[in-house]
Write a protein that binds this ligand. Structure first.
Ligand SMILES: Nc1nc(=O)c2c([nH]1)NC[C@@H]1CN(c3ccc(C(=O)N[C@@H](CCC(=O)O)C(=O)O)cc3)CN21
Ligand SMILES: CC(C)C(=O)C(=O)O
Ligand SMILES: [Mg+2]
Length: 264
């Protein structure tokens, strides 16, 4: 595979090809995923939970994400590298610019932030300053204290319509990729059809343009509990290389996720 850019992902959506992505936090796994042909890797603030053992993502710092972004960058040749802006690191446009600079200088190709309408100005400002941006709607884990837990979002009609509007607004503001987390498959389909940019789902059914999983979930090493939307590819294959190859294959063919990994 050759180097993946944002425009590669756009061309894949336009051609109806699935995009396979996964989280990564270190050079060794990043290299393994890269060689296997993963299209993009995310240094997720999920690292607060799977690496640090905390109960949510709120304690993660910009420095934490920078450290792991540098690690991942050293293992990647081809995949697009996306870094999460952690909780409260993008509360104002000025803060967002300073913190995005740190992530990009650590080796990210794109930054990701969680939320809808309140971020339009921030997204426009980043794009104007040459920072590619990924959006994130649905179960946005940094809002866990508002949601009252990690719960499926967008189940009522009003919230669903609002999410479609936010997706379109973020696209207009300049995002070039959109993560949809833990929403009904029907809503993920409506959003994917309402925007021109690629959507990447996790717990959003097989109707999005691509998929993402937390690598620890895909390998079945997340504290003994695996979310409904994930699958233990290591248990099915017996080694990491084959597990990663199976994940990529099943995303690319549309075999993963099945209805048993999706919400309605
Ligand atoms: N290991 C891991 N995997 C993830 O996908 C993940 C993290 N950590 N940390 C950051 C966020 C938190 N996420 C989560 C965590 C738990 C559920 C969960 O327990 N979901 C329930 C569904 C609840 C409902 O039906 O409303 C499930 O059964 O999967 C979902 C997303 C997603 N992200
Ligand atoms: C689950 C993905 C989308 C994420 O934001 C993370 O790993 O932090
Ligand atoms: Mg995240």
């Amino acid at each position: 595979m050759s180097r993946v850019t944002v425009s590669t992902l756009q061309k894949m959506k336009d051609a109806g090809e699935k995009i396979s992505t996964i989280t990564a936090y270190d050079a060794s796994f990043a290299h393994q995923f890269d060689v296997a042909g993963i299209h993009a890797m995310l240094i997720g603030d999920s690292l607060g939970m799977v690496l640090q053992g905390q109960s949510d993502t709120l304690p993660v710092s910009v420095e934490d994400i920078c450290y792991h972004t540098r690690c991942v960058r050293n293992g990647v040749n081809n995949a697009l590298v996306i870094a999460d802006l952690p909780f409260m690191s993008y509360a104002t446009p000025e803060q967002t610019y300073a913190n995005s600079a740190k992530l990009m200088q650590a080796g990210a190709n794109m930054v990701k932030l969680e939320g809808g309408e309140w971020l339009y100005e921030t997204v426009r400002g980043l794009v104007d300053r040459s920072v590619p941006v990924c959006g994130h709607l649905g179960l946005t884990p940094q809002s866990v204290n508002v949601f009252g837990g990690f719960k499926v979002q967008g189940r009522d009609n009003e919230k669903a319509l609002q999410m479609i509007e936010h997706a379109k607004g973020l696209e207009q503001a300049g995002i070039q990729l959109l993560v949809l987390e833990c929403i009904p498959t029907e809503l993920a389909k409506a959003i994917t059809e309402a925007v021109s940019i690629p959507t990447i789902g996790i717990g959003a059914g097989n109707v999005t343009d691509g998929q993402i999983l937390v690598m620890h979930d895909a390998l079945g090493i997340s504290f003994g509990k695996i979310p409904k939307f994930s699958r233990n590819f290591l248990a099915e294959t017996g080694n990491i290389e084959k597990a990663v190859a199976l994940y990529i294959n099943d995303v690319n063919t549309g075999a993963f996720p099945g209805p048993e990994h999706s919400f309605n």
